[in-house]
Design a protein around this ligand. Structure first.
Ligand code: ATP
Length: 371
């Protein structure tokens, strides 16, 4: 997949901008606070329908305006697709080739982001690893995002109902209707996560082994709040969810919280048998993250026959030279990549002939040179 053209109106500090990127590597450079990450955010938004850092959609609209338009031309499976996002006062609309479409149509547009905040995938709370499962692992399974959003909605309604029952505003029998939906959607979410992880983990292990010159073995395991035997079907997960949940019904009513389900699950990550979160160095944690990101590229290619777009926000030059080279080697002429950095660190030599260098100054983008 390739982004052929990106046009922005009132996106963050870009009032009007046009970007015709190189099909391979694009290095976006410039001093701090000029709009480098904003540009990556615009690409991400157009392909995912949300920002990776704004809490609300209106945050991406230029402060002096009340609307944003992002037009993107994408080459996907040898077809040119024109995407348009119109964002105005908290509402947003997507059009594909001029026809209004739901956001779920974006499932086939692949984008992998690696930014400094991704280290929290290793160091952070289970919630941050669930974010990885839902926003990254999940995207490798078409339809997952919609399913997961539906589960989140049911969960929130069930939790409200638990409060109402406690306050005698609702009857306990009403819970059964929500329970059935919770188990059904919850089982689907867990099943899909496990299916993708079954393919992703071996690739990540191999990548990590390669990135560390054969010195580190990565272990990754899905930790469920349910007791799940390996290889269960979706129906069997449903049964486990249903029977386990019924056993703790009274506790849930007391605490007004749904205590079991995919929203309580986690991912364990270890290096050579030792937990990466507690014992891994910064460099090791960064390499685990890189392995997980690169394995997404490979799995995406395996599943859909095309590489997704890769966004590297301020992370490439944090890697040591050998990891930088391995990364460049992997993506060069295969994966369209957008790299932001305040300094280029002499990378021009490595990617000679396969990229463009862009300069950003106060929301204005200019092509500096061709490598
Ligand atoms: N909605 C908005 N409207 C206008 N300007 C905005 C908006 N949101 C953020 N900005 C401005 O965008 C700039 C930050 O851009 P960005 O995060 O892309 O910087 P950067 O070039 O990646 O910097 P760094 O090298 O420090 O990471 C800031 O100056 C900020 O004030």
């Amino acid at each position: 997949m390739r982004v052929k053209k990106l046009s922005l109106r009132n996106f963050r500090n870009y009032k009007e901008a046009q970007f015709i990127p190189h099909p391979s590597i694009n290095i976006i450079t410039g001093p701090n606070a000029q709009g480098k990450t904003n540009l990556l955010e615009a690409i991400y938004y157009s392909l995912r329908g949300c920002s990776f850092r704004a809490e609300k959609d209106r945050d991406v609209t230029n402060w002096e305006s009340n609307h944003t338009v992002i037009n993107t031309e994408v080459n996907l499976s040898s077809r040119l697709i024109k995407l348009q996002w119109k964002i105005q006062e908290g509402s947003k609309k997507l059009s594909l080739n001029g026809v209004e479409r739901p956001r779920s149509e974006l499932d086939l547009f692949g984008v992998v982001l690696f930014c400094p905040e991704d280290l929290s995938l290793i160091k952070g709370s289970p919630q941050e690893r669930r974010h990885f499962l839902d926003y990254e692992v999940g995207t490798l399974s078409p339809g997952y995002s919609q399913l997961w959003r539906q589960y989140a909605k049911i969960l929130s309604q069930r939790n409200s109902l638990l409060k109402e029952i406690r306050d005698h505003r609702s009857k306990q029998e009403v819970l059964e209707v929500w329970d059935e939906q919770l188990y059904r959607y919850g089982a689907k979410v867990i099943y899909l996560r496990l299916q993708v992880l079954k393919k992703l983990i071996p690739i990540a292990r191999k990548t990590h082994f390669g990135l560390t010159g054969g010195t580190e073995e990565l272990q990754a395991k899905y930790l469920s709040s349910l007791v799940l035997e390996p290889g269960l079907s979706e129906g069997q997960i449903y049964q486990v969810f249903s029977s386990s949940s019924k056993k703790i019904r009274q506790m849930e009513l007391k605490r007004c919280q749904t205590l079991l389900g995919p929203h309580r699950d986690d991912l364990s990550l270890a290096i050579n048998g030792v937990e990466a979160k507690t014992f891994g160095s910064q460099g090791q944690q960064r390499t685990v993250t890189l392995s997980l990101k690169l394995s997404q590229l490979d799995l995406w290619y395996h599943e859909f026959g095309e590489y997704p777009v890769l966004l590297l926000d301020d992370v490439l030059f944090e890697l040591d030279r050998s990891r930088q080279n391995m990364l460049i080697d992997k993506i060069l002429n295969k994966v369209q990549t957008f790299i932001t950095t305040s300094f280029t660190g002499g990378i021009e030599e490595t990617i000679k002939g396969a990229g463009l260098l862009w300069q950003v100054n106060a929301g204005s983008l200019t092509q500096k040179e061709e490598f």
